[in-house]
Design a protein around this ligand. Sequence first.
Ligand SMILES: C[S@@+](CC[C@H](N)C(=O)[O-])C[C@H]1O[C@@H](n2cnc3c(N)ncnc32)[C@H](O)[C@@H]1O
Length: 258
Amino acid sequence: MDKEPTFFDFAAEVGLTKHLGGLGATEELIELCHIGEGKYVLDVGCGAGVTPCFIAKRYGCRVVGVDISEGMIERSKERAKREGVADRVEFRVADAQDLPFEDDLFDAVITESVTAFPEDKQRAVNEYARVTKPGGYIGLNESTWLKVPPPPEVVAWASQEVGASVKPLTSDAWAGLLEGAALREVIVRTYEINTQNEARGVLRRYGCRGMLGVLGRILSLYARSPAYRRFVKEVREGGLTPENLDEYFGYGLYVGRK
Ligand SMILES: C[S@@+](CC[C@H](N)C(=O)[O-])C[C@H]1O[C@@H](n2cnc3c(N)ncnc32)[C@H](O)[C@@H]1O
């Protein structure tokens, strides 16, 4: 019997992935990682390819995007062609915990809402550090417990809301992973979630036309896939957002230098 599709299979199908803080958080991470013209950048867990294309277009960098999902890599390649940056952006399937690159290759390695997923997070961060040039930067945007311990309803909501069993860490634990990879000059910035800004952030990242395309693909998937209809039902039944969510659940930018 075929395996039940996962949240990320659906996200790849509709071509929509996101991270907390939207494009504004990407711009901040880019600045903290000193990404600019002429830099060679790796985006691990690139999803639908929005950030690699944005960096290539806006900053004139050469960018590699990797993702564990083949579907995401297909969407990313389509995006790069559509946005006219296919000559500067390359995509390939790879696991964050085992990157297929030589040591000391990239000026900066970034991940946005990715490192929360691998089984062995330290191994993933060690890999980011290994493929970064000495003096280069590693930047993470990851979901974060702002206050611990989070109550059970918040833990339940966090994993159900993203539909991908995300397991946030505290900011100390995220910073500890960077330090564990022998990175220095570690910067930590944590943020609460603002629901309106999040919605605006997605719109800004994909644009009105892009969002219409996504909506069309969601409706088409809903119409033809019983598995997707089951998934939507399960997410709906997951319950309302807990009132105290913002107190506990947010995101952080974590940057270190090799
Ligand atoms: C929440 S999405 C974020 C995607 C993208 N960074 C963005 O901001 O739109 C998480 C992505 O991480 C990818 N992912 C999960 N585990 C991974 C791993 N071990 N190695 C590489 N990518 C992974 C998923 O396939 C998915 O595309």
